[in-house]
Write a protein that binds this ligand. Structure first.
Ligand code: PRP
Ligand code: URA
Length: 209
């Protein structure tokens, strides 16, 4: 049974409001994206299995829970997903990292793939797919198509802001994946930008235009 979750934590809400502010500069924007990804990652990784292992404290030996050997891969969707990757990796430092490069055509809004490099044995791993923006859903759907074609079955997509259109499209195309959304916005404008949104996430993270 897949999980679809919209975050409900005041810290996440506060930080997303700061991200939206057009006066938030590149440096603060990057820090906020990473912090939000970490807070969301805490929620998204809630179901990681644990196993009891022997731990010897200064007082005695006992059996204590540790994350069991499930392999993880964090695969940000370039470019903007890169901004979230380190926040998640801070929680699971031994996870491998892959990359899928997609850009949206400015006129058709269709995603185009330009890069892909994935860790070995990707099909055995839980794959976390971060991208701050889920607008039409085209990029996320294509990235999940791609990961599934490599044999992956356990996929968690994470975004900071989703438009209802993209959220519905992703759930319909891939009902079997978990989806974590920082906040659900009102909709898409005529350029398929999320409103109120935060503008172009990649440009704001990397300081490009
Ligand atoms: C943005 C964003 C998503 C995509 C969302 O990337 O980071 O990948 O658009 O839009 P969609 O849901 O309509 O597909 P963009 O194509 O601007 O590339 P960038 O991250 O390199 O700036
Ligand atoms: N990509 C972005 O970076 N922002 C949007 O609002 C939509 C797509």
């Amino acid at each position: 049974m897949s999980e679809h979750k919209i975050m409900d934590h005041p810290l996440i809400k506060h930080k997303i409001s700061l991200l939206r502010d057009e006066n938030t500069g590149t440096r603060d924007f990057r820090v906020l994206v990473e912090e939000i990804a970490m807070l969301m990652g805490y929620e998204a990784l809630r179901d990681l299995p644990t196993e009891l292992v022997k731990v010897k404290s200064p007082v005695c030996e006992s059996m204590q829970p540790m994350i069991s050997g499930r392999k993880l891969a964090v695969v940000p969707i370039l470019r903007a997903g890169l901004g979230m990757a380190n926040g998640i990796l801070a929680l699971v430092p031994s996870a491998k990292e892959g990359h899928i490069g997609l850009y949206r055509d400015e006129v058709t809004h269709e995603p185009h793939e330009y890069f892909c490099k994935l860790p070995e044995n990707i099909e055995e791993r839980l794959v976390i797919l971060p991208d701050p923006m889920l607008a039409t859903g085209g990029s996320a759907i294509q990235a999940v198509d791609f990961i599934k074609a490599k044999g992956c079955k356990n996929i968690k997509f994470m975004c900071i802001i989703a438009a209802p259109e993209g959220f519905e499209a992703l759930k319909k195309a891939h009902p079997d994946i978990d989806i974590y959304v920082g906040t659900l916005d009102e909709g898409l404008n005529e350029n398929a930008y999320i409103y109120p949104g935060l503008g172009d996430a990649g440009d704001r993270i990397f300081g490009t235009k």
